[in-house]
Design a protein around this ligand. Structure first.
Ligand code: 4AD
Ligand code: MG
Length: 432
């Protein structure tokens, strides 16, 4: 007899199979028991009819608690009443692991309680759906960049540099020297782009952000492509193609998960239509000022109400270009005709999800870069290797970083970035 996973039920209609699963929920009467089964691939129901099994099996079915683990034997049948479309007619139940007083019940729980039980909360249908979307986005990321000839390189996580500013660093002692958890792999990706032309990195990054918002994690995963001989306009095209590709991949391969999340698929489909609008930082400031945001003046960073307003003004993700130099990292290319802005672009997701991509064309010129590093109060010695890139065949190059969890949050249509990570790290939360 074959052991199968629930997701493959379609291929086994009419066959008697075994399935290892957990009891997500149970309803029973005197004559019939419905077991809501979960095996990590999908959910469906097991139907135990008293008249069709031994007394002992029916009693076992009735005694099962939420999250008991079982091996079920039975026949796969179509079930037109359920969204999933299949069920199993149970003929035997082997209890593998008992479960008593499972803390997460179908009733509502508060967020803190759920976060304290994240190791168990992950078993719920909603969390399962979100992790499937995350997985699909990761899969699509590798497919997209490999198809386009990028090589994946893995930058270090322990570093001595602080490219995104020195205020949000997690530092640690590295044999007597101060080291930081990486805020971005970018500088290393730039070195790798000079070696391999087109590269991408994908790994965890860390920011000691004191922000307690629905968009901030202290540990998050970033996809960071970097391209040699590439100007900003070409980079923007790659960015929008990549985002559209991920949305389409989720539509193609996560239909059930999107349904579980109640996500509007027609709306998602519109995000695959390119190009995305591009506006300048100047225009964004003007738009805000004309619409009652008196707190914004040129040179300010946008907060989430500002980004949400700008996003709502467009029906697709929108690029904001050419930010003030004063609020941008040292490595960005200055604008050729203006000394107050740099060739940077942030991509703002629709529906109030905020910035999902930050990117730029990179500055060229040894003296310029050295001066910027010094102006930022960074130690030249830590960046000597990075400055070498300016000495040996420097070329125009551009790149960007996409925050995985923010993008999962948007595509899933969920409230808070904490649910986009299996074990989120947030301000004041490092458990479980
Ligand atoms: O805009 P950021 O800071 O850009 C960089 O780090 C560049 N070095 C990337 C590059 O050009 N290679 O961060 C990039 C993205 C943001 O747009 C956002 O999606 C995500 O990373 N991000 C966060 N996500 C969750 N929690 C946080 N605290 C985040 N900070 C940034
Ligand atoms: Mg940014």
């Amino acid at each position: 007899m074959e052991t199968i996973r629930i997701i493959d039920s379609k291929k086994h209609v009419g066959e008697t199979v075994k399935i290892g699963a957990w009891i997500a929920n149970k309803r029973s009467s005197g004559k019939i028991a419905f077991l809501q089964l979960r095996d990590g691939s999908a959910y469906f129901q097991g139907v135990v009819v008293k008249a069709e099994v031994s007394e002992e099996i029916f009693e076992t079915a009735k005694s099962l608690n939420q999250e008991s683990s079982v091996i079920i034997t039975g026949e796969i049948r179509e079930d037109t009443r359920s969204k999933f479309g299949f069920e199993i007619g149970v003929s035997d139940i082997e209890v593998v692991g008992e479960s008593k007083d499972y803390p997460i019940t179908p009733k509502e729980h508060g967020t803190d309680f759920l976060m304290d039980h994240r190791h168990l909360w992950l078993r719920s249908t909603k969390q399962h759906a979100i992790m499937q979307i995350r997985n699909e986005m990761i899969r699509a990321t590798y497919e997209f960049f490999n198809t386009k000839g990028f090589i994946k390189i893995d930058p270090p996580i322990l570093t001595s540099s602080a490219p995104e500013g020195t205020t949000e660093l997690f530092s640690t002692d590295y044999f007597g020297q101060e080291a930081y958890l990486s805020q971005t792999g970018q500088l290393y990706s730039e070195a790798a782009a000079m070696a391999f032309g087109k590269v991408f990195s994908f790994g965890p990054t860390f920011r000691a952000e004191k922000s307690k918002t629905r968009r901030h994690l202290t540990e998050f995963w970033m996809v960071e492509p970097e391209m040699a001989f590439c100007h900003q306009e070409e980079s923007l095209e790659i960015q929008e193609q990549y985002v559209a590709f991920m949305v389409q991949a989720c539509l193609d391969n996560c239909d059930y998960a999107l349904d579980v999340l109640g996500r509007d698929k027609e709306l998602l489909k519109t995000y695959t239509e390119l190009p995305y609008p591009r506006i300048s930082y100047d225009e964004a400031v003007e738009l805000l000022q004309q619409n009652g945001f008196e707190d914004i003046t040129w040179g300010d960073d946008f907060g989430s109400p500002h980004e949400t307003f700008i996003a709502n003004h467009y029906s697709k993700p929108v690029f904001i270009l050419n930010y003030p130099k004063s609020m941008s990292p040292f490595y960005m290319k200055p604008h050729p005709d203006r000394d107050d802005v740099v060739i940077r672009a942030d991509l703002i997701a629709p529906e109030g999800y905020g910035e999902i991509i930050g990117g730029s064309e990179r500055a060229i010129g040894y003296d310029y870069m050295l001066n910027e590093i010094e102006k930022d109060g960074l130690d030249e010695a830590d960046y000597a290797w990075y400055l070498d890139l300016q000495k040996y065949g420097a070329v125009p190059h551009s790149g960007f970083g996409l925050g995985l969890e923010r993008t999962v949050t948007w595509i899933s249509g969920i409230e808070h970035v904490r649910e986009a990570s299996p074990f989120p790290r947030l301000l004041h939360r490092i458990y479980p």
